[in-house]
Design a protein around this ligand. Structure first.
Ligand SMILES: Cc1ncc(COP(=O)(O)O)c(C=O)c1O
Length: 376
C-alpha cells in the first residue's frame, strides 16, 4: 500500500503564506516606529475587535488565561458581599479553573449536554446559590452556550446580580439569535493563541465588556493596578499586555474572520455528511463556528489508529476533566461527583483536522477515511 499524504491537525505556515505580504509590511512598519507596547496598533485592533464583537471596551492582554484571571478579579472585586464559588464546566481544558485558583476562588463544576458538550443550562442554574461569585461559560469547540437563557433563569431565581463571564477563546465570531459571543454576558475573554479562529503569531488575549466600571478595573489590573503611570489605584494588578506586533497582525486577519469561519463550518458539514452511525459529531448550534471538528466514538483509540494509518492526525480535546487533574488534586473544588455526562464523554472524544487552509484533497481524504470506518 502506498503511504497516504499526511493531513496534519494544523499547518500555520499556510496561514502565514496567505497573508505574508501584508504581514511583512505591517510588522516592519510597526518595528520601524520604535513604539512596541501601548501604541497605535493596540489601540486600532482593540477598537476594531470591540466593534466586531459588539462591546464598548476591549482591553488587550498577554493571553487568554490572563484574560480569564483578570476578568474574574474585576467582577469579584466589584461585589463586596460575593461568595467564593465560580460555576464552570469541567471539560474545557482547565483555563477557567486556573483563573479561579489564581483568584483564591473555588471552581464549582457542573455537567454538560451530551450533544453539544456545552455546560447544561439547568445544571448551571441548579448550582447557583448564595456562595456563587460568578459563572464562567465556555463556548467550547466553537459552539455557543445560551447565555440569555442563563440570564433569564438567574432573574427568575432572584439571582440577577451574579456576573456571567463568557470564555470565547474557541468561538470568535460565533452567534446566537444574531448576537455575537462576547457581547452576551457581563464580561468576556478571548485567546488569540495561533490556532484559534482568530490567532496571533505568538500569544495574545482580550477582555471585552460594555460595563465601564469593569472596563476601568481590567484596564488598571492589566498594568500593575495603575490608575495612572506609577500610581496604583487597585490591588491585585500585574503586567499582562499584548505587544504592538501581535496587534498589527491580528488587525490584518480580523476582516477575514467571518469568511474563514464559514470555511471551517463548511468543512465540518462535509465531515458530518461523510460519517454515519458510529461517529457522532458534537453540535454547537446554528451560530457555531467550528473551531474544532469534535466527535464522540465508542472505539475512540481504535478510530485514532485507523485514521493515523490513513495519514490523518487526530487529537483529544481534552483527555482529563479539570477536577481529575493530578496536579490539582489538593486544590479546593466542588461538584466533581455530579458529572455523569462529562465522565461518559471523556474517553469517547476525538478531534479531526479542521482549519480553513485544508485543501480539497485533504478534506476528501478525511471524508473517505470516515466512510471506510463507518463501513467496517
Ligand atoms: C476555552 C479556552 N479558554 C482559555 C484558553 C487560554 O488561552 P491562552 O492559551 O491564550 O492562555 C484556551 C486556549 O488555549 C481555551 O481553549
Amino acid at each position: 500500500m502506498t503511504k497516504p499524504n499526511a493531513v496534519p491537525m494544523n499547518d500555520l505556515k499556510r496561514l502565514y503564506q496567505r497573508y505574508e505580504v501584508k504581514i511583512a509590511r505591517e510588522v516592519t512598519s510597526t518595528l520601524q516606529s520604535g513604539w512596541w507596547l501601548n501604541g497605535a496598533a493596540v489601540k486600532r485592533f482593540a477598537a476594531n475587535f470591540a466593534k466586531f464583537v459588539g462591546a464598548s471596551d476591549c482591553i488587550l492582554v498577554a493571553n487568554g488565561t490572563d484574560a480569564l484571571e483578570l476578568a474574574l478579579r474585576s467582577v469579584v472585586g466589584l461585589n463586596a458581599s460575593h461568595g467564593r464559588e465560580v460555576i464552570v464546566a469541567a471539560n474545557a481544558g482547565g483555563y477557567a479553573s486556573c483563573a479561579c485558583w489564581h483568584n483564591d476562588l473555588v471552581p464549582h463544576y457542573v455537567d454538560i449536554e451530551p450533544a453539544s458538550q456545552l455546560a447544561s443550562i439547568q445544571a448551571v442554574l441548579d448550582a447557583v446559590g448564595t456562595d456563587t461569585a460568578a459563572i464562567v461559560v465556555t463556548h467550547l469547540y466553537g459552539g455557543v452556550v445560551d447565555v440569555p437563557a442563563i440570564r433569564a433563569g438567574l432573574i427568575d431565581a432572584g439571582m440577577s446580580h451574579i456576573p456571567i463571564i463568557e470564555d470565547c477563546a474557541q468561538a470568535h465570531g460565533a452567534r446566537i439569535r444574531n448576537e455575537t459571543v462576547g457581547s452576551l454576558g457581563d464580561i468576556a475573554t478571548f485567546s488569540f493563541y495561533p490556532t484559534k479562529n482568530l490567532g496571533a503569531m505568538g500569544d495574545g488575549g482580550a477582555v471585552l465588556t460594555s460595563n465601564p466600571r469593569l472596563a476601568d478595573r481590567v484596564r488598571q489590573l492589566h498594568q500593575y493596578g495603575w490608575s495612572s503611570k506609577y500610581h496604583v489605584g487597585l490591588p491585585g494588578g500585574r503586567n499582562s499586555r499584548m505587544d504592538e506586533v501581535q496587534a498589527a497582525i491580528l488587525d490584518i486577519l480580523l476582516p477575514d474572520l467571518n469568511s474563514r469561519n464559514a470555511r471551517r463550518r463548511a468543512i465540518l458539514d462535509r465531515f458530518r455528511s461523510a460519517a454515519g452511525r458510529r461517529l457522532q459529531f458534537v453540535d454547537g448550534g446554528t451560530g457555531a463556528v467550528a473551531h474544532l471538528a469534535v466527535l464522540l466514538c465508542d472505539d475512540r483509540d481504535a478510530f485514532r489508529t485507523f485514521m493515523k494509518d490513513r495519514g490523518i492526525d487526530t487529537d483529544v480535546h481534552y483527555p482529563v476533566l479539570d477536577c481529575d487533574q493530578a496536579g490539582w488534586a489538593d486544590l479546593p473544588m466542588k461538584g466533581a461527583q455530579d458529572l455523569a455526562i462529562s465522565r461518559a464523554s471523556i474517553g469517547r472524544l476525538c478531534s479531526l483536522p479542521c482549519h480553513p487552509d485544508l485543501t480539497s484533497d485533504e478534506i476528501e481524504q478525511v471524508c473517505k477515511a470516515l466512510g471506510e470506518w463507518e463501513a467496517m
